[in-house]
Design a protein around this ligand. Sequence first.
Ligand SMILES: Cc1ncc(COP(=O)(O)O)c(C=O)c1O
Length: 447
Amino acid sequence: MIDVPFDRETIQRLIDELEIDMTRGTIREMNLLVNAAEKEFNTRFVRMEFGVPGLEASQLAARAEAQMLIEEGVSNTYPPFQGTPELKQAGSDFCKAFMDLDIPAECVIPTVGSMQGCFIAVGLAGFHNPEKDTILFLDPGFPVNKLQTKFYGLESISMDLKDFRGSDLIREVDRLCTEHAVGGCMWSSPNNPAWIVLSEDELRGLAEVFDRHGVIAIEDMAYFGMDFREDYSVPFEPPFQPTIARYTDRVFIILSSSKLFSYAGQRCGLTLIPPGFAQQRYPALRDRFTKGRILDAFIHGGIYPLTSGVSQGSQKGLATLLRAAVDRTYNPWLEVREYQRRAGFMKRQFQENGFYLVYDKDCEKPLADGFYFTIAYPGMNGSELVKELIHYGISAITLKVTGSTKEGLRACVSLFAQDQFEDLAHRLKRFHEDHPIQVPAVAASGS
Ligand SMILES: Cc1ncc(COP(=O)(O)O)c(C=O)c1O
């Protein structure tokens, strides 16, 4: 196999041919470049640019789906817009078992991926009050959510969680909500890409600020329970996944099946709306979402015009997985702990070769090893680093793409395979040898 670094002229030719702007280094662009480079050099990259599941989906779901489609012949009927009763009830029970929250089945709404739930929630938060058309993002975050805000023509502002945690976070959010027309605030927990989890104190403080300013929270739990410092996998027993819904009603909780259940291809997620909030009416929503009551606006003004529901096969599959988790016949967290193992190895390799973690702490605690981590190399900004690593057969995206104000890269562990451990170690060693770190004169003199 060809050794690293790859020929620089060839890489530059590929960049020029594909018209890739390396200063942006978006997921799509990196993907194009890496596909081309893998072909050109006949080699496999250590691919860290994609946030896609790297594990097999459970056969439980596939069998339940197939059986339903064959035996019940539902393919010719539209699904109920509000979701199938079976999935709504399974979602409600899952929520009780693993969050200790009472959300009735009526307020559990299947969506086409959690992405659709995010999209509708952003719209409702951004239009519920004509004087509050701004979404505040607790960054770094999932880049697509900002595209959703743009799609609606809403404003967005952002703050970086690296700079504000604990009481500083509450104060800063309070300041931003005072100075800007914030209608909604969105974050993911565990966070894509820093793997930060907001603490109970932070959630309590944020809830108080949001209630005071009339801000709707959008709590994206795409990586539900995947903070592996805790074991959230025992139903009906603490610890429970932290949620702001313990402190305020005004929240859309977004659940994804893509990562926890590796069920991304079937595009089925859930949005949970606490019942008090589900019944709230906002007359301003009638214009765009046809209904003023939050639950109706979500279903009839959001789900219906976008996709007219979610395929019944995938709802059956997800209902089966949730039910099995609640009944303790299937533990998805045992499977996704594979990501923890991969992250542990990869982080160690990077750190032994001169890299450092950009987001390195969760308040004062070490972060869990999870689906993503963030890295930087002394003396290089994010776009320089992402481009340089390409020559060493390693791909990632810049933190800039995620809304971070820090220099560095987002690394996703999901596609890292067992047979690439040696490759990664070798490539990083070469990278480190070829890019000696300049030790500042003061430090070098030991004073
Ligand atoms: C934070 C976050 N939210 C939402 C999503 C979208 O998930 P889904 O596949 O359920 O639409 C992702 C996917 O990577 C994500 O990282």
